[in-house]
Design a protein around this ligand. Structure first.
Ligand code: ADP
Ligand code: MG
Length: 728
């Protein structure tokens, strides 16, 4: 095995950066492989174009004759670019993307063949994808799942395949993917937010949710990664002693990007440009070999698709540059983990960002309405929001000693805190003319000014307001953003809907003016949401205690956190907003709990295997060398033997004790797994994996990592942290 390590190191050192040609302007190639508005204008008849556009903007159904025209034009366009196959591209609940390619090619009478792609094939397919998780919704033998075209996310070409973004649902209508509930949530937030906007501007007809994600990742040399079974099978290192030099010096963060990684980024960005993914920012992150990439924000559904697509492409481009890209939230113990900040906002079809302060008191009141309603939505649903980002891998960040904590809180900065305090003092009921003027001039009117110097950024907050958007920072780097975006948009939709009802009631029954009613309801919201606001250090123990007093949840592990998904309140919320039925909510809970168990199970198996079959034999081998050495010393020394062999004998003993530590803990872990596997109830099973199996990982790792420090480097089988982190 150590042969593999040294072979890998040798190979990786010989690798030269792959040259990348970049001789066209990015703006020229942007969206070239996308069947976007511009392409559609060229390829579609006016009717077909209008049909698709009204489906995109107003969710209108596309009728069959139009679908036929669209498919035929899509095919012509694709063929002109050398495409041979098409696929429905979807995001099942496995967390990856799925595709099943079919050729355009079809045979016809007379031994001839043509290229064909009809409306039928564009609109709907039955991929018989019966092995995807369904949480019991779809019995494999009685109902099939099918995919259906999502015209709001444009088709694109990757390689020689035309990819059509689709939803994936059971024959009986239940969602089996991330996209379906997201589209429903976006629809809900559009309805609720548009209704509220009309208080301020009657021209608003649509509100769109925007998402700008920031993707963190690690790049590890491909050969070195391949030499580690844990990286290959689990996406992270399950053991490995820390490197003497890690991130202590902060010399990687924002440093000059290493050439190999830089060339990878350039090629990746070119691919992104062709696919219309508007990537803009790239830089080194805190840990060695950790990087970040961020696009310009987009409509949320498209942004989610683009993030999923990006993760796919990154894997492929990385391979061409002899890298393996790691999206795991914590690939290396003791190093910074990776996250995926979700920057979120709402904007109107009249071009107003509802989470950006405006220029007039009225537009600022609108801003405050959306700002405070979002805070209130988070206050009411913090536990559900926590559940939306729960996974076995994200547990290594949330609730471990790393950003952000498992407690959801909202950071808004000193200035806006002051504004909220002032609003809290607004008189109940009707306002005097003086109070109104005072509010408009000195509270609501001053917001843009105060925000300009609101530069404090609290990095420990899981949900922070950053000037013109909220930044949900607790999302995991490997996660599909669809899940957190569905929850966030749903809770805000529900909140805005309730807000509208309350304001209308004050206007109708208490005879308040519109702005008075808005002030009155907001005042109460500020009071009832105060507990979610937190400006201090989110990592501190003091905050844990404080949060407990405030009644905020602190679910540190996935099985605890996920329970919120099937609380009566959550199920009712999703039903009420028509985002998910009870069956769908319950199915998702099952699937995620099951996935949790599976991840821990796989990690346990891999760790047990490495510890017993790689580490222990190596330790024994080294111990034998020491024993030979001691025997030799005994032959040549008589009186001095004890003193000259003392250290070796200590080492022999120490190695034995670590071998014992590994073997006994691996045995314990196997037994714990057996017990967990025998449990039918998914909640108890996941708890058992979490509390009985997983803690043994640390004990096993402890002994393995100690041995790494004792055993001769020459025979150590696993590529070490310093080699993984500093080869570039
Ligand atoms: P950071 O300082 O956290 O790196 P940036 O200001 O660079 O943040 O922006 C990060 C992300 O936020 C980018 O993807 C950007 O496109 C996105 N973003 C900016 N404005 C908005 C907005 N109004 N809605 C959603 N995302 C936004
Ligand atoms: Mg950020």
């Amino acid at each position: 095995m150590s042969k593999l390590r040294f072979h890998a190191i040798k190979e990786s050192l010989a690798i030269k950066p792959v040259q990348v040609e970049e001789n066209v302007r990015r703006s020229e190639i942007f969206g070239k492989n996308v069947f976007n508005e511009n392409t559609m204008r060229q390829y579609l008849t006016k009717d077909a174009f209008n049909g698709v556009m009204s489906a995109v903007s107003h969710g209108k159904k596309i009728d069959r004759s139009i679908a036929d025209q669209v498919s035929s034009s899509m095919k012509d366009w694709a063929l002109s670019k050398g495409v041979t196959h098409y696929t429905h591209w979807f995001q099942p609940l496995t967390g990856t993307t799925a595709e099943k390619h079919d050729a355009f090619f079809e045979t016809i009478e007379g031994g001839m063949a043509i290229e064909r792609f009809g409306g039928d094939q564009l609109v709907q397919q039955e991929p018989d994808a019966s092995s995807f998780p369904s949480g019991g919704i779809r019995n494999t033998f009685e109902a099939r799942g099918y995919t259906a075209w999502d015209p709001t996310s444009p088709a694109f070409i990757y390689g020689t395949t035309l990819c059509i973004p689709t939803i994936f649902i059971a024959y009986t209508g239940e969602a089996l993917d991330y996209k379906t509930p997201l589209l429903r949530a976006l629809h809900a937030v559009d309805n609720a937010a548009t209704a509220v906007c009309r208080y301020f501007d009657k021209n608003v007809k649509k509100v769109t949710s925007s998402l700008g994600w920031e993707q963190e990742y690690f790049l590890v040399d491909k050969m070195l990664a391949a030499s580690r079974p844990d990286i290959i099978l689990t996406g992270r290192t399950l053991l490995g002693h820390s490197s003497a030099k890690g991130q202590q010096l902060d010399d990687h963060y924002f440093g000059a990007i290493p050439t190999r990684a830089f060339n990878f980024m350039r090629e990746l960005e070119t691919e992104c440009m062709l696919l219309g993914i508007p990537v803009k920012t790239r830089h080194n992150e805190v840990a060695p070999n950790q990087f970040e990439l961020a696009p310009i924000f987009e409509e949320a559904n498209l942004a989610v698709d683009h993030n999923s697509l990006l993760m796919d492409i990154m894997g492929r481009v990385a391979s061409r540059h002899n890298f393996k890209v790691l999206f795991h939230e914590k690939p290396f113990a003791g190093m910074n983990g990776s996250g995926k900040h979700n920057n979120w906002s709402l904007s109107t079809d009249t071009g107003v960002n509802l989470l950006a302060p405006g220029k007039t008191p009225m537009s600022n009141l609108q801003f405050l309405t959306f700002f405070i309603n979002t805070i209130k939505a988070v206050r009411e649903n913090e536990e559900l929001l926590r559940a939306a980002i729960a996974s076995a891998s994200n547990d290594h960040r949330l609730g471990a000693n790393e950003a952000p904590p498992a407690i959801i809180s909202v950071f808004i900065g000193e200035q806006l805190t002051k504004v909220l305090e002032e609003l809290e003092g607004v008189t109940k009921g009707k306002l005097s003319p003086q109070e109104k003027t005072e509010l408009k001039l000195n509270v609501v009117g001053k917001i843009p000014d105060v925000l300009l110097d609101n530069t404090d950024r609290n990095r420990t907050s899981p949900f922070a307001f950053t000037g013109n958007k909220f930044e949900f920072r607790a999302v995991g780097s490997i996660a599909n953003c669809g899940n957190p975006m569905t929850v966030l948009n749903t809770i805000v939709a529900k909140q805005l809907k309730d807000f509208k009802v309350e304001v209308d009631a004050l206007i109708d029954k208490k005879d308040l003016k519109k702005d008075e009613a808005v002030f009155n309801v907001l005042r109460e919201y500020i009071k009832s949401s105060r507990d979610i606001l937190f400006e201090g250090n989110g990592y501190g123990e003091a905050w844990e205690l404080e949060a407990k007093k405030r009644g905020l949840s602190n679910n540190k592990t996935t099985p605890e956190a996920l329970k919120a998904k099937i609380s009566e309140k959550s199920i009712a919320l999703f039903e009420d907003m028509q985002v998910m039925s009870k069956i769908e909510s319950e199915a998702r809970y099952e699937i995620e709990m099951e996935a949790y168990c599976m991840h821990i199970q796989i990690e346990g198996r891999v760790l047990g295997d490495i510890a017993r079959n790689h580490i222990v034999p190596t330790a024994v081998k080294y111990q034998n060398i020491l024993i030979e050495n001691v025997k030799g010393l005994k032959e040549i020394f008589e009186e001095k033997f004890r003193s000259v062999s003392k250290e070796q004998i200590n080492l022999i003993e120490e190695i034995s004790s670590h071998i014992e530590g590994i073997n006994s803990n691996v045995t314990k872990m196997i037994n714990a797994r057996r017990k967990a596997n025998a449990i039918d109830d998914i909640e108890k099973k996941a708890m058992s994996y979490c509390n009985k199996v997983k803690p043994l990982f640390d004990d096993i790792r402890y002994h393995c990592d100690k041995l790494e420090l004792l055993v001769d480097d020459d025979i150590w089988p696993l590529t070490k942290y310093r080699e993984l982190l500093f080869t570039r």
